[in-house]
Design a protein around this ligand. Sequence first.
Ligand SMILES: *Cc1c(COP(=O)(O)O)cnc(C)c1O
Length: 411
Amino acid sequence: MTITPTDFATCARELDKTDPLRDYPARFLGSDDPEIVAYLDGNSLGRPTRATAQRLAAFVTEGWGGRLIRGWDEHWFDLPLTIGDRIGATVLGAAAGQTTVGDSTTVLLYKLARGALALRPDRTEIVLDRDNFPTDRYLLESIATDLELTLRWIEPDVAGGVTTQEVVDAVSERTALVVLSHVAYRSGYLLDAPAVCAATHDAGALLLLDLCHSAGSVELELDTWAIDFAVGCTYKYLNGGPGAPAFAYVADAHQADFTQPIWGWMGRENPFEMAQGYVPAAGIRRVISGTPAIVGMLPIQDTLDLIEEVGMAAVRAKSMALTEFAIELGRNWLLPLGVQVSSPLDSARRGGHVTIDHPRFREVTPRLWQRGVIPDFRPPQGIRLGLSPLSTTFGEVLAGLSAIRDELLAY
Ligand SMILES: *Cc1c(COP(=O)(O)O)cnc(C)c1O
């Protein structure tokens, strides 16, 4: 039996109607904007919630404008840790006191990698992979140069990702630190984090996980998996807004011995004493360097409110249903036009996005943007469909893939 486009349209309507999260897309700004036909890039920049629009406006008048410098004593000084704890509880599977918000992912990766390496001073190697996001690779290159360490590169399958066996083969008694993305930014491959963590620990090394594409899309159990360190973005699935500060997780077990290299006053014990000499603050606060970006971290709370209402299990279930629908449409409509699916087909090994490849996609992407269909392009020839469980509808997936098919047929 062939499935017709009409069948798929009926199917998308049915999926939206029975979706347990069907009321959530309307909680985002722009969900009723006819110019935005399909927003398929929520994994690069999440949409703002309606609650965020109100929160930011109120903050300027009442918070900043009304409380002025008093705001630091009343609320802001603790906010990185308060929001950190909420991210930990709601999204990361992390008990309180291990997560803080601030800096960018790049800077936090640097601080945590340096801090982790200082805990393994007699070891000489960092394990990483060729397909990790550029910033992760570059800053580890910088650290390896500074500290004269060896980078041991894993070369994963580009349509898949780093396998547990590849980690087992790469680690040794020389390994100080393993740095990997939990969900690969290109393929969407989902690492077997508990197995990789166990293999890392068997070699006596530490694991630093990049959760940029995991936080808010897949379920995480950092404490249960015994992850040592983690960082992640808040402007992707957590809808914090462009350049929103990142989060860092340092497991309780490491905190007493952990120091990071950017010694600022806000991460010092008793910062307002303005004393001589740096003494790290107790606990996770020592990850902080300078004054945290309070305005930037406000919106994260609105997405945490939504995730707290529904739970990460429901978010992950919707995410899997969205990517499965995208792959099904791709198989029927795009494979005959020479498109390849470059993401794992097994939902259990796939995060929240799907990458499809075609030699024409570099030219096709700007034409899609013009018609209000907004995925992103990843060289050399990939369109990445980022499906954000709280804000994306099945109707958008249908509209998006149908537009891609039309553009390819137009050649
Ligand atoms: C998005 C992303 C980053 C971004 O880092 P910034 O410091 O926010 O620019 C880093 N790593 C991965 C894996 C990402 O997907």
